[in-house]
Design a protein around this ligand. Structure first.
Ligand code: MSP
Length: 517
């Protein structure tokens, strides 16, 4: 049987500054999706990276008195470092300044230029451009700001540009795009976003300017001296560079393209669901299968901004709380697809109730009783109805997690995990094994069953809190080749009599009143 494959990507961030919590959020959610696919036994490829060209990089670098390349090098390293600290399982990290990406971008350009007697033509662009958004805007989308400034719908200032430019015939793709959305109802998620895009495309599409001539920090347009590609053309192409394009016959490309899922923020959905599929169709490359647009994070209820000075630094949060609590908050507290908030009190409550009190306690209590009463040897379970019920609940709940993950309802999947841990804690409290010193057989059954529930929960939890889940699985002596979803749903791979190492607490509680150490 052929192993099913799964290719998932994040957006590639502009390395014009240090990563903030929104970038961390996107890495974490995408990582949970990638790890879940691996748990399902799929051959998975997970790509993230940095989007290094464009005028924004040039201007930020100039303000700091360094080159765009120096700025990109410095900050790309910070994004990589963050991915490491967040325990992100990306298989590759692409930088759009790499030679492989120049090749891919120039090849897709050539393909678009050659298609339909030319989807690319030369003209003059006259219109508004927002450097912050790296996007063009129509006059009727703008509002008036202070001092006669014009503002894009994002609030960013726009400038008037007039330059010789190549255009992509996006207007010719309206019907094909509408058919794509129609034929593939899962192409855009969440549903509200899909509806927005459909009405946007129905209202008519203009051709887009896809090259720039007033600066040179970009990928040269093949055969057109003085033109560099509009940064979004090259940025979107990263998704195919990452799996080997332009070598469309390579094993990797054939295996993983079209991507199963692009995870992005809601602000860049048009680029991913209108421009990108049109570019691909034009180049004769299959279109990605799905785009999921997540929401934006605020900080203690307020929009994060440099001027307010409330940008949440993920490194600071990691220093305070550690990797898995940060991951857990992103996955469990924030409903995937909606906006969310980064708030200290909510964070600590979430950590204490779900991780420390629920998951941590269940494991710690059962495992330390095994040490104390059975010399650390996993006792034998002789199940009664109570044991059969809790095991059935575990299997059923993990099945629900799987179902939720199929449509990226990550917070629901995380919620199911919590409900399983609640049920297991209730079972443990009801059975009160601590009072059964005179009936070690019965006590052993309860402890072994609880350990088995921790095993199942920890297998599923690997997608969410991988470091902690691995500690639980090690403490339960679960062999590393028995940590897939199929094992969480099947019989225990750990036999009675197996020696278990003394358990160490895995999660910590934090106090709201004072900052964590
Ligand atoms: N470089 C482009 C993406 C190109 S993808 C081919 C870009 N970069 S970005 O650095 O501005 O944003 C990177 C990702 O972070 C985007 O998906 C964006 O939506 C997301 N976020 C930026 N700010 C965010 C929050 N405050 N909250 C959550 N995600 C946010 O756009």
């Amino acid at each position: 049987m052929m192993t099913e494959t799964f290719y998932v990507t994040t957006a590639i961030a502009y390395p014009n500054g240090a990563p903030h919590i929104g970038h961390a959020y996107e890495m974490i959610v995408t990582d949970a999706i990638a790890r879940w696919a691996r748990l399902q036994g799929k051959e998975t490829f997970f790509l993230t990276g940095t989007d290094e060209h464009g005028i924004k990089m040039v201007q930020t670098a100039a303000a700091e008195g360094i080159t765009a390349r120096e700025l990109a090098d410095r900050n790309a390293a910070r994004f990589k470092e963050l991915a490491g600290r967040l325990d992100i399982s990306n298989d590759d990290f692409i930088r759009t300044t790499e030679p492989r990406h120049y090749e891919a971008s120039q090849e897709i350009w050539r393909k678009m230029a050659a298609s339909n007697n030319g989807d690319i033509y030369q003209s003059t662009y006259k219109g508004w451009y927002s450097v912050r958004d790296e996007a063009y805007f129509d006059e009727d989308e703008l509002t008036d700001g202070e001092n006669g400034k014009k503002l894009a719908p994002t609030g960013a200032e726009v400038n008037w540009v007039e330059e010789d430019s190549y255009f992509f015939r996006l207007s010719a793709y309206q019907d094909r795009l509408l058919k794509l959305y129609e034929d593939n109802p899962d192409f855009i998620a969440p549903e509200e976003r899909r509806n927005e895009i459909i009405s946007f495309v129905k209202s008519g599409l203009r051709d887009v300017s896809i090259s720039r001539t007033t600066f040179d920090w970009g990928i040269p347009v093949p055969g057109a001296a003085g033109h560099v590609m509009y940064v979004w053309v090259d940025a979107l192409t990263n998704y195919i560079t990452g799996v080997g394009y332009p070598d469309a016959n390579s094993e990797q490309f054939k295996k993983f393209w079209p991507a199963n899922l692009h995870v992005i923020g809601k602000d860049i959905i048009r680029f991913h669901t209108v421009y990108w599929p049109a570019f691909l169709m034009s180049a004769g490359i299959p279109v990605q299968k799905r785009v999921f647009a997540h929401g934006f994070l605020t900080s203690e209820g307020k929009k994060m901004s440099k001027s307010v000075g409330n940008i949440v630094d993920p490194h600071e949060q990691l220093d305070l709380y550690g990797t898995d609590p940060v991951r857990w908050y992103c996955l469990r507290e924030i409903s995937f697809g909606s906006d969310g908030d980064w708030g200290r009190e909510k964070f600590i409550n979430r950590n204490n109730s779900d991780l420390a009190n629920n998951f941590g306690n269940l494991a710690q209590r059962s495992l330390s009783m095994i040490q104390k009463n059975f010399g650390g040897l996993l006792p034998e379970a002789q199940p009664t109805d109570a044991e059969r019920t809790i095991v059935a609940t575990a299997v059923e709940t993990i099945g629900k997690m799987d179902l939720a993950m199929k449509t990226q309802q990550i917070h629901d999947a995380a919620g199911e995990l919590v409900s399983l841990l609640n049920a297991a804690n209730l079972y443990f409290a009801d059975q009160a094994p601590w009072g059964l010193k005179a009936d070690l057989r019965r006590m052993g059954t309860i402890l072994a069953t609880t350990a088995d529930i921790v095993r199942r929960a920890a297998i599923a939890a690997q997608a969410f809190v991988p470091g902690s889940a691995a500690k639980f699985l090690d403490a339960l002596a679960v062999p590393t080749d028995q940590r897939l979803l199929s094992h969480a749903l099947g019989a225990s791979g750990v036999s009675a009599g197996t020696a278990l190492p003394p358990p160490e607490p895995v999660f910590k509680k934090f106090e709201i009143a004072k900052p964590a150490a």
